[in-house]
Design a binder for this molecule. Structure first.
Ligand code: CUA
Length: 341
């Protein structure tokens, strides 16, 4: 009886020690979603995880402590060559060690199902984000914000997000460790995942399914912000998208892409290299031979295709011809110039 009491106390101490050690060793990254929860939010993943760590610590102690205790305390005395007592079955013990694990396994099955239900609980107000996976990158589309597409997953804290995921090629898997939940992304179908970010910060979505030679590099940024910051970001993206669809918005992008603003100013003050575009459209321009011409569509188009045909007075004939631009591009650039006044 004395041995049972000592072993019992040692098992409890070892279980508590093992749990404290595992808990302090930082096995999990920071929890950043409602689904991750915490050790004290019933039904969350971290709660489920914590219960399992407790069970593991106890079972570890229950097996290892009696084993080590027996090895030390019941060691064969020197000169003792007798056999140990023969035991052939112990029905109460066998029933006990069958029932206890059975109850534990059933209890965990129930808790697991309960946790799965909580983690998947749908909020009808959830914001949809479409996730597109392909070898070897992610992209994110926001149908609620005019179809804005981003290579970083921007999310507002406190809102449930419904990810609708598809793949262009092979099977990938969406995983942000700080959110805990994980879901395969399968070509030919849309899989769903719900995440309610809670902790603003920067994370990474990793592909968790071997999908080819660059699988290891298939990761994109995740940015969780306050709701106000998210809406500001989304509207900025939406505006950029909308302006890129108008001719002058497209023209502005072309102008920047072709380096036009290295020589041409878009304010009232011209750079020394070239006439400013500010207020240029429709104005009267004096050429170096003293004649004047109206800066209309025909003049601007000619000046882009054949810049040396007409030189504006006061500037050197140094502009290169931009033969790479299509008529549509030039129309967009002219629309942009026209908008500068
Ligand atoms: Cu995509 Cu691994």
């Amino acid at each position: 009886m004395r041995h049972f009491v000592i072993v019992g106390i040692l098992v409890v101490l070892a279980a508590v020690g093992a749990y404290a050690g595992l808990d302090a060793s930082g096995l999990m990254p920071v929890a950043a979603s409602a689904q991750a929860g915490s050790a004290t939010t019933a039904g969350s993943i971290d709660w489920m995880w914590n219960l399992q760590v407790i069970a593991m610590s106890f079972l570890f102690a229950l097996i290892v402590v009696p084993l080590v205790y027996a090895l030390i305390v019941f060691r064969r005395k020197q000169g003792d060559t007798s056999d140990a007592e023969h035991i052939t079955g112990n029905t109460p013990l066998e029933i006990t060690w069958t029932l206890i694990p059975l109850v534990l396994v059933l209890a965990f099955a129930y808790l697991g199902a309960y946790s799965l239900r909580e983690v998947r609980r749908a909020d009808p107000q959830a914001m949809i984000v479409k996730v597109h996976a392909q070898q070897f990158a992610w992209s994110f589309e926001y149908p609620d914000y005019g179809g804005v597409i981003s290579d970083k997953l921007y999310l507002p804290a406190g809102t449930q997000i419904l990810l609708q995921m598809d793949s262009k090629d092979v099977i990938h898997s969406f995983w942000v460790p700080e959110f805990r939940v994980k879901q395969d992304v399968v070509p030919g179908r849309v899989t769903e995942l719900r995440i309610t970010p809670t902790l603003p910060g920067e994370y990474k979505v990793r592909c968790a399914e071997l999908c080819g030679t660059s699988h290891y590099s298939m990761e994109n940024g995740v940015v969780v912000t306050s709701e106000a910051e998210f809406i500001a970001w989304a509207q900025e993206q939406q505006n950029a998208l909308a302006s890129a669809q108008t001719p002058e918005g497209k023209g502005e992008l072309l102008v920047k892409a072709n380096g036009c603003l290295g020589c041409h100013s878009i304010t009232a003050t011209a750079l020394p290299t070239a006439p400013t575009w500010f207020g240029l459209f429709g104005s009267s321009v004096t050429l170096e031979d003293g004649s004047t011409v109206t800066a209309d569509e025909a003049f601007l188009k000619e000046s882009i295709h054949d810049p040396l045909a007409k030189i504006v007075k006061g500037f050197a004939p140094i502009m290169p011809a931009y033969s790479n631009l299509t008529d549509e591009d030039i129309a967009a650039i002219i629309a942009y110039i026209e908008s500068l006044k």
